[in-house]
Write a protein that binds this ligand. Structure first.
Ligand SMILES: NC(=O)c1ccc[n+]([C@@H]2O[C@H](COP(=O)([O-])OP(=O)(O)OC[C@H]3O[C@@H](n4cnc5c(N)ncnc54)[C@H](OP(=O)(O)O)[C@@H]3O)[C@@H](O)[C@H]2O)c1
Length: 300
């Protein structure tokens, strides 16, 4: 029987990746505005119900981290309250709820990768709204998997990889922060993992270890400057000119929202419970850069 996964959003990186990666035996139904608008609570349950899903994945979010500092109420409505509404819809349908969350629920002060039971303490309005979303989902249904990921990039939407490739067109040197550590994570790898987790939750409904909070980022770690170097190295392998990375401090690149210095996530629990481990970041990143450059070539 086909597994029907309803996912919120349409142009988002994770949504697009799920639509691309959908395997035989799975249907991904992406639900977009205006049918489902996370800022309009009454639209949420009817739109999800109409998809007749076996699992709900809430991958849509207010993701403008800096802008959230000046629109905290909207961020809270979309990321916090709406997540609870979607989870209540899942509970009413008697199906599992998968909520995509973030390392930004932490303050980044720990000197090791974060585990699921480490104390949260968001330092931005976005982080606070995503933590509220986790809490609202957990309050609405026990049948949930909250997946905290980090540093998403993909061939879709806006992300760091695309920004670096754009800057490389015009510059020989790019300043990139070298004091924030994490794991650049491909939305395509995330999509594969979500689909595997959805299969587990529906196929082994009696297994309580599949539910709860899980960390889910690529294997290995880096600082943003390492990621930029890796992008430029792959671009050079594909025939591009060399671009240097100037390693700078976060303090030299002020932004409205503060970001955690440590975004590293310990993903052991996900591997043990779900048998899911995301690949090393370098291989997926190189594949993404190569694909973006190929697509650029086609456009010219
Ligand atoms: N990007 C990261 O580095 C990162 C890191 C950790 C966690 N996350 C989390 O991972 C998830 C996926 O992120 P992403 O990078 O794929 O996001 P994204 O590319 O920024 O896309 C955001 C999605 O949310 C949708 N959306 C925004 N406001 C909405 C509203 N009011 N009603 C309905 N849909 C709305 C957008 O819809 P439209 O298609 O209609 O515009 C879009 O599909 C999010 O939960 C995010 O918080 C992201």
């Amino acid at each position: 029987m086909t597994l029907r996964i309803a996912v919120t959003g349409w142009t988002g990186q994770v949504v697009c990746a799920m639509l691309e990666r959908v395997p035989v035996g799975v249907e991904v139904i992406a639900i977009r505005r205006p049918e489902l608008d996370l800022s309009v609570p009454r639209t949420i349950a009817p739109a999800l119900r109409a998809a007749r899903p076996d699992v709900i994945v809430n991958a849509a979010a207010y993701t403008a981290v800096d802008q959230a500092e000046s629109e905290p109420e909207l961020a809270m409505r979309v990321n916090g309250e709406a997540a609870g509404e979607a989870a209540r819809a899942a509970a009413a349908l008697g199906i599992p709820m998968i909520q995509i969350s973030t390392d930004y629920v932490f303050d980044g002060g720990l000197d090791r990768p974060y585990r699921e039971d480490d104390a949260t303490g968001p330092i931005s309005a976005y982080g606070a709204s995503k933590l509220a979303g986790e809490q609202a989902v957990a309050a609405a249904t026990d049948n949930h998997a909250i997946l905290r990921t980090a540093w998403i990039y993909s061939p879709f939407g806006k992300n760091f990889v695309k920004t670096m490739l754009r800057l490389a067109e015009a510059r020989d040197e790019v300043g990139v922060v070298a004091d924030q550590a994490g794991s650049p994570t491909s939305a395509l790898d995330i999509a594969d993992a979500i689909i595997a987790i959805a299969r587990n939750l529906t196929g082994r409904a009696e297994d309580a270890s599949l539910r709860g909070v899980f960390h889910m980022s690529a294997t290995g770690e880096a600082v943003w400057a390492d990621v930029a170097e890796s992008i430029f190295a792959e671009r050079e392998r594909q025939g591009g000119k060399p671009v240097r990375v100037k390693r700078i401090a976060t303090a030299d690149y002020p932004t409205p929202a503060r970001r955690p210095a440590n975004s590293r996530l310990d993903c052991g629990k996900l591997a043990r419970a779900h048998g899911v481990r995301l690949p090393e970041w370098q291989g997926s990143l190189q594949a993404c850069v190569a694909r973006l450059l190929r697509d650029q070539g086609k456009d010219q």
